[in-house]
Design a protein around this ligand. Structure first.
Ligand SMILES: [Zn+2]
Length: 463
């Protein structure tokens, strides 16, 4: 049994149902969960007294610090960290951007996936993210059969909670799809590997560190059969379903041309609506489609930076929230973001909607809710995304006594969206274990990681 005491916290933004903020408390974590939250015996949490050491013997002295629930990233492609800044493709729209990158991604193997995951997950941990959903859908021939295993290994090494989405592509160019034919897999191989991963890794306990979801890539890279057969396996095994949907108008035209249906109607025809499904993006839904998503409790991973970067459009976050469409936040792949920083994503989401619809846009605390409890709900892990007794002890801590947060402590729930945080968080805690301390990853040597990952990125991009 391991315990951690976070003592004399300046403020705890709980994101519980009443969005309570607690001042001057101690948090005791034991055996991976929050065991007790109690009023601190110490006086004046905002005192200017000389700083004591902040970490000792499983104690964090959190005077002047703010504790937030661990952020839940609901959509990512970690391997893309290795290809995130290739100049000749930066100006392209989604379909052309993908076609150019498929050629680079043909070089993906277990080593690329492992180091890409260490880099992306490391960045996420340093920006307060404690659970990552990764959507890996590129399985080049000869790349080995354990790509998802490689990213789960990286997650375990860093100490982050992971929902690995077994992605897939089965509709190559010869069948009218977007990816090259040598980058798609045989349906039987995909389904066999999906079952293997669920049997090997999927853990339904609330304190699990690993879960699996099934995630065919998109309507323009997956056959109808694979979409249907994937739902059958997911529902028989009780795992979640995920895919990209309604990201661009090109995708809408593609669906209309090929199937005569808009993207959501197409997915409905394949049985892809319901509380066990969440779609990435959801930019181009009409009012009827938004109502259908709400009625069926189908979730959306909102990825504002990616949508801006690829000029895909603006998802109507205010309508999702008003109608009750379940929604979480996602950074999306590093090649369309181009970083894995969840606090930057919160700020981007906050600013994007204000620019477009003015003061009726969701407020800073609404965006934080989407990034925490909202994300936890759409991935079917509602125990996460809040700080409460008996819930998993996932949280991060910002030292608000630093000069760049002067004046910020008056509204801690709004601070992340309004200010952002231009430095790594002070601490990140997953399952009661400190995995970022003093802004540095605890479980890997960052300098060595950068050196090795850079070498592999150069090999991949130099192809
Ligand atoms: Zn994506």
């Amino acid at each position: 049994m391991s315990s951690l005491l976070i003592e004399n916290v300046g403020a705890v933004v709980t994101m519980n149902e009443s969005r309570e903020i607690l001042y001057g408390v101690d948090i005791l974590c034991d055996d991976g969960v929050v065991k007790r939250i109690s009023r601190s015996g110490k006086s004046d949490p905002h005192s200017d007294k000389a700083k004591r050491p902040v970490v000792a013997d499983n104690v964090i002295i959190a005077d002047g610090m703010i504790v937030y629930p661990g952020l839940v990233n609901t959509h990512h492609h970690l391997y893309q960290a290795m290809t995130r800044n290739i100049g000749r493709i930066q100006h392209l729209k989604l379909f052309d951007w993908l076609k150019a990158l498929y050629e680079v991604w043909k070089g993906i193997d277990e080593e690329v996936v492992y180091y890409g995951a260490l880099v992306g997950l490391g960045e996420l941990l340093k920006s307060g993210c404690t659970t990552c959903c990764d959507h890996h859908y590129v399985f080049p021939k000869g790349a080995g059969h354990r790509l998802i295993d490689a990213e789960l290994e990286a997650a375990a090494e860093l100490g982050i909670r992971m929902l690995a989405c077994r992605g897939s592509m089965s509709r190559g160019q010869k069948d009218g799809g977007l990816p090259p034919d040598d980058l798609v897999e045989d349906i039987d191989d995909i389904l066999r590997d999906s079952v293997r991963l669920i049997d090997e890794y999927h853990d339904l306990s609330a304190t699990a560190m690993r879960r699996i979801a099934l995630a065919p890539c998109s309507p323009f890279s997956v056959s109808d059969d694979l979409m249907r057969e994937t739902t059958a396996i997911a529902r028989s095994k009780g795992v979640k379903l995920h895919t990209h949907l309604a990201e661009t108008l090109d995708e809408e035209s593609y669906c209309l041309e090929r199937t005569g249906m808009r993207p959501l109607a197409y997915m409905e025809s394949l049985g892809w609506l319901g509380p066990d499904v969440w779609f990435a993006h959801g930019v181009h839904f009409n009012d009827d489609e938004l109502n259908l998503l709400a009625e069926t409790s189908t979730g959306i991973a909102h990825c504002p930076t990616s949508n801006m970067k690829l000029a895909s459009g603006r998802a109507r976050l205010e309508a999702f929230l008003e109608l009750g469409v379940p929604v979480g936040l996602g950074v999306d792949g590093s090649a369309s973001n181009d970083c894995s920083n969840m606090i930057s994503e919160i700020r981007a989401g906050y600013l994007l909607h204000r620019l477009e619809i003015g003061h009726s846009a969701p407020g800073p605390e609404d965006i934080l809710q989407v990034a925490t409890a909202g994300g936890a709900a759409i991935i079917g892990w509602p125990e996460l995304g809040r700080i409460a007794v008996d819930h998993p002890a996932d949280m991060f801590i910002i030292d608000a006594s630093k000069f760049d947060w002067v004046g910020a402590e008056f509204d801690p729930a709004a601070a992340l969206a309004v200010l952002g945080c231009q430095r790594p968080v002070s601490f990140t805690i997953v399952a009661g274990k400190v995995v970022v301390s003093g802004g540095e990853l605890v479980n890997v040597d960052e300098v060595l990681l950068a050196k090795q990952a850079r070498k592999i990125s150069r090999r991949l991009c130099g192809r």
